[in-house]
Design a protein around this ligand. Structure first.
Ligand SMILES: *Cc1c(COP(=O)(O)O)cnc(C)c1O
Length: 314
């Protein structure tokens, strides 16, 4: 698998118009590895690190909807290294991601969410006892390496602006474990920019959700010996999570259908469609007008196919 030399992902204009703002989308869903997405961008850097550390198997964590687990499972299979996934039994319904994880031959251990950290620790020590050198990747590709992936994405945005002569006043995206947001915010800080980066949460609430982003930003800045920031610098919006992870409503389905029909771009109800809807609500609520807005499509295409029936009936 040739996986670490992909080009900058495309940025394209959308036909969407809310309050006289213009909308662009950065197509990280088109990263050319295992259906792309932000987890592919992060996974590439994790596997570089795995090779440097000469580990011989990988352990990670995620639900049955996890795009992260699908991509880690795919690259591990390509490299011929065993992949162990710990998964919470509370969200273990059948999805396209889950089917692919099985197809890639990953070994999944399900346990109650309260048992997850013990189960991971046990898996790591069992593997070590058997003589393996396991590499652990936090759920969602969290950590400085994941943050680095979106510092890199931020550089792609700067390059696009330099070559097109246009400037994005706002960057919106779905925020989950917060690593994507942390990388974008670090990119902005390192470049001394003023624009707003708004993470629309798909599940976590404040203060926890925003605090995790802040901790990730400061961990990364600390590794570079830069000045740390405080919570005012983080816009983590939890107004659109509904009943939490995976929950959605008719407005989200309508939003997804409209972007699919008008621009030919698939989104899903757990991540991108939910945040795209949240972004539009936020823009109206805050009377934002006349701005150039960039939405980052963080991927999850297999999840789009899981909701196709619901979408058709909408
Ligand atoms: C994981 C994921 C997110 C959230 O990214 P974080 O870096 O965890 O905040 C957003 N969109 C999609 C499609 C994802 O799979």
């Amino acid at each position: 698998m040739q996986f670490n030399n992909f080009q900058a992902t495309p940025i394209q204009k959308l036909s969407e118009n809310v309050n006289n703002n213009t909308f662009y989308i950065k197509r990280d869903d088109l990263i050319p590895i295992s259906f792309g997405g932000n987890k592919a961008r992060k996974a590439v850097l994790f596997f570089e690190n795995i090779e440097r550390s000469s580990s011989d198997c990988v352990v990670t964590y995620g639900s049955s909807s996890s795009n992260h687990c699908r991509i880690i499972a795919n690259i591990a299979a390509a490299k011929g290294i065993p992949c162990y996934i710990v998964s919470p039994s509370e969200s273990s319904n059948t999805t396209s991601n889950k089917k692919m994880i099985e197809l890639f031959g990953s070994l999944v251990t399900e346990c109650p969410v309260s048992e997850v950290s013990n189960t991971i620790a046990k898996k790591m020590s069992d593997l070590r006892v058997k003589g393996y050198k396991p590499y652990f990747i936090e759920g969602g590709g969290h950590g400085d390496i994941g943050t680095q992936a979106y510092v890199n994405a931020y550089k792609e945005i700067l390059n696009y602006e330099a070559s097109s002569g246009m400037y994005f006043d706002y960057i919106f995206h779905t925020t989950g474990t917060g690593t994507t947001q942390a990388g974008l915010v670090c990119g902005k800080i390192l470049n001394g920019d003023e624009r707003k980066i708004i993470g629309v949460s798909n599940a976590r609430k404040n203060p926890y959700g925003g605090q995790v982003v802040l901790d990730s930003v400061n961990s990364y800045l600390l590794s570079l010996n830069k000045e740390l920031i405080d919570s005012d610098a983080i816009a983590f919006i939890d107004d659109y999570i509904l009943e939490g992870y995976g929950s959605y409503n008719d407005k989200i389905l309508k939003t997804i259908k409209s972007v699919l029909i008008n621009d030919g771009i698939p989104m899903d109800t757990t991540y991108t469609g939910k945040a795209f809807w949240g972004m539009k609500e936020y823009i109206m609520k805050n009377y934002i007008t006349g701005k150039r807005v960039l939405f980052i499509h963080t991927g999850g295409t297999p999840l789009f196919f899981d909701i196709l029936e619901a979408l058709k009936n909408e």
